[in-house]
Design a protein around this ligand. Structure first.
Ligand code: ADP
Length: 465
């Protein structure tokens, strides 16, 4: 069985319970994993709390040397981890390799950024007084992550919190715990002191009770969650009982807008779900986009040349089938795909699909799809598309393509989101702050701002000098 990692010890759950992990491409059972309960989570919180006393006292430079080691080890084991990741998540191997590299970049970045967790000296209003601020580590952080980036999301949080001087209890997604366990082995190998990093895998059934414990425990200072808006809201509500800081990275469904003035070749190379295309170039865009979509090879993430893997689990698969059905029922047109591919190695493959004539009433417009389905919406004016793109409360990112400078600035400022990409669909990098507004989340990850979630700004005021 694949164990949990609590206080530096590889352990089974106290109840000796376990849950299976499946390869979504083949239904093969990849192994059993310790199914942690509230009791195990409590042990992990206790361990993280006592480890905090020493870890928070190390100098940022000392912590940086541990973080650099993790980065090095991640890169050494890049293909090994990418293999595990691709098996349990289904994504193509090159993407999995890229994700491990992405994870490593956060350790490098925060190793050094932790050394720049500056306070400030503030000019005092009266004689004999000096005012300074210092940044102090917040305490124990509870981390909950999703399946779509099994190591990227853990790394983005754990690198920042370790650099800040915090310790943590990590609950990985039930679909992808093996990647998290491989990461925990790296943490152990790099000599991170016992209790600083704890990993407690759980089944989906156990997740709510652990979430409740994290939210209510006085020994947890911060919750950092990436996942659905529904679960994020529950955690936010519960965290109110202990007035605890909570960082939330929730749903996206980013609009991707292609204006008449866009470079079509550039704009076609995307993997967006909700694509708005201006009338004059709509048909040309759809032709190019469909031609590119039809080139995509669907299959097991491990197989050579595969671009699109299986859908992660049955729940998501059924969502995608329903979503396309709902769109077609309301008048959307399937230009390519629109069906399951039952003859591959499992029942969880869906054909890359392009829908046109999508309207705002359809689920494909309103929900994050998490599958190879592009919903194309035709628009006429900039005002119209801004209104459509700004509908609802999901406000993570927005992307658009144009070569008109004035339009670029105008639209960037008028998209009501946390991040904007102009002629750029890859905005997530360790140097830049990632995060949404409204119901897409609270707080930023990455960049110098990523430390803020895990530190407290303390005021120190000297008098009588
Ligand atoms: P998705 O729909 O992408 O699986 P979820 O928000 O359901 O997104 O899951 C993201 C993470 O949150 C996973 O690790 C999952 O186990 C966990 N989770 C699900 N429900 C709860 C809950 N009630 N409390 C705490 N964590 C939860």
């Amino acid at each position: 069985m694949n164990p949990a990692y609590i206080n530096g010890v590889w352990s089974f759950s106290k109840k000796q319970d376990s849950f299976p992990v499946f390869d979504p491409a083949t239904d093969e059972n990849l192994g059993l994993v310790a199914n942690c309960t509230v009791e195990d989570a409590q042990s992990a919180i206790l361990a993280a709390n006592s480890a905090f006393l020493q870890w928070s006292k190390l100098t940022p430079k000392e912590r940086a040397s541990f973080l650099h080691k993790i980065k090095e080890e991640l890169l050494l084991q890049q293909s090994y981890i990418a293999n595990i990741l691709s098996r349990e998540n289904g994504k193509p191997l090159p993407e999995a390799m890229g994700e491990v590299g992405f994870a490593a970049s956060f350790f490098e970045w925060f190793a050094e950024e932790g050394r720049r967790a500056y306070g400030e000296h503030i000019p005092a209003p009266s004689v004999g007084k000096q005012i300074v601020t210092v940044r102090e580590p917040a305490g124990v952080v509870a981390v909950i992550t999703p399946w779509n980036f099994p190591i990227g999301m853990i790394a983005r949080k754990v690198a920042a919190l370790l650099a800040a001087g915090c310790t943590c209890v990590v609950k990985p997604a039930e679909d992808t715990p093996l990647t998290a366990i491989a990461f925990a082995k790296i943490v152990e190998k790099c000599g991170i002191p016992n209790g600083v990093f704890n990993l407690i895998p759980t089944s989906r059934e156990n997740a709510p009770s652990i979430g409740k414990l994290f939210a209510e425990s006085a020994d947890i200072s911060v919750i950092s969650f990436t996942g659905s808006t529904v679960v994020g809201k529950q955690l936010y509500l519960m965290a109110g009982s202990s007035v605890k800081r909570i960082a939330l990275e929730l749903g996206g469904n980013a609009p991707f807008i292609v204006f008449n003035q866009a470079d079509l070749a550039l704009a076609t190379c995307v993997s967006a779900n909700r694509i708005f295309v201006q009338k004059e170039i709509h048909d040309a865009f759809v032709d190019n986009f469909v031609a590119e979509t039809n080139k995509l090879k669907v299959g097991r993430g491990h197989d050579q040349g595969v671009n699109v893997g299986p859908i992660i689990n049955n729940r998501q698969f059924e969502r995608i089938v329903d979503l396309v059905y709902d769109a077609v029922n309301q008048g959307a047109h399937v230009v390519t795909g629109g069906k399951a591919l039952p003859n591959l190695s499992s029942q969880r493959f869906y054909a890359p699909t392009v829908l046109t004539k999508v309207t705002k009433e359809m689920r494909a417009f309103k929900e994050e799809i998490f599958g190879p389905v592009a919903a194309i919406i035709q628009f006429q004016t900039e005002e119209e598309v801004l209104q459509l793109a700004n509908e609802g409360n999901i406000r993570l990112a927005g992307y658009f393509y144009t070569n008109d400078l004035r339009q670029a600035w105008r639209v960037a400022r008028n998209l009501k989101v946390g991040m904007v990409g102009i002629n750029d669909s890859l905005v997530s990098t360790c140097e830049a702050p990632f995060g949404g507004v409204r119901q897409s989340g609270v707080g930023k990850e990455g960049s110098k701002h990523g430390l803020d979630e895990y530190t407290n700004l303390k005021l120190i005021s000297f008098g009588g000098l």
